[in-house]
Design a binder for this molecule. Structure first.
Ligand code: DC
Length: 221
């Protein structure tokens, strides 16, 4: 019988702190990370370039002609390094648009499950605990007010040199939340067995400590 490696699923809306928390936990535990949002962002960027943001079948067929690579926190489409390009809020919107495609989501399921490896995986996304890893050993659902998340995203993008404004980012985040939670396929909802953590007033260090406490309680390491 194959024993599957452990998984910690971290889901939540955009800018709730999932990515940073996932990286911190991975560093502390020496586990691998799956940034599933990056997969949807790569596909969204390609869909936009190919003018296929509203054509699911054609998009799935064309995707087979490209090679996606994820290496040490960098992402590539064939030989093009798109790590920074996929981080804009515009690409976030493209990702959230193609993420409503049912067959496309099925097509990327195995790619995501392929990140599972010993000693364990921290999986960050919207449907990690509900669809991709329903058997995850620990499921965390992060929440934070839209204002707190917009401020976080503003600081993050400003630091990367992007030209952004807070009111526009808040609108974009609310629009993306609506699309991600209201879609019929794998909507953003907490798994029934997930632990909810409100991160509005929590520092990254505080969040990490809290989850490491849960990891210890569950004897995961
Ligand atoms: O986490 P992120 O902001 O990088 O994700 C970008 C978009 O991708 C998000 O708005 C919805 C989609 N997504 C998804 O549908 N399912 C996931 N597991 C991860 C992301």
């Amino acid at each position: 019988m194959t024993v599957l490696s452990k998984v910690i699923a971290i889901d939540g809306p955009s800018a709730s702190g999932k990515g940073t928390l996932a990286l911190n936990l991975a560093n502390e535990l020496g586990w691998a990370v799956l940034d599933s949002g990056a997969i949807y962002r790569l596909i969204g960027l390609l869909a936009d370039r190919l003018d296929l943001l509203d054509k699911e079948e054609e998009l799935i067929a064309r995707l087979r002609q490209f090679n996606f690579r994820f290496e040490g926190g960098r992402c590539y489409i064939d030989d093009e390094n798109v790590t920074e390009k996929i981080r804009t809020e515009e690409v976030g919107k493209m990702a959230s648009t193609i993420a409503t495609f049912r067959e496309l989501r099925k097509a990327v399921l195995e790619l995501q499950r392929g990140f599972r490896r010993p000693p364990g995986l921290i999986a960050d996304g919207r449907d990690m605990g509900t669809v991709v890893f329903p058997d995850a050993d620990l499921k965390i659902f992060l929440e934070a007010s839209a204002d707190a998340r917009a401020k976080r995203r503003y600081n993050e993008l400003k630091n990367k040199g992007f030209d952004v404004t807070l009111p526009l980012l808040l609108d974009q985040i609310l629009e993306r939340d609506k699309r991600d939670t209201e879609r019929s396929v794998a909507p953003l909802i907490p798994a029934s067995d997930s632990i909810l953590i409100d991160t509005s007033d929590l520092s990254i260090a505080g969040m990490t400590k809290r989850v490491l406490g849960l990891v210890a309680e569950k004897d995961l390491v």
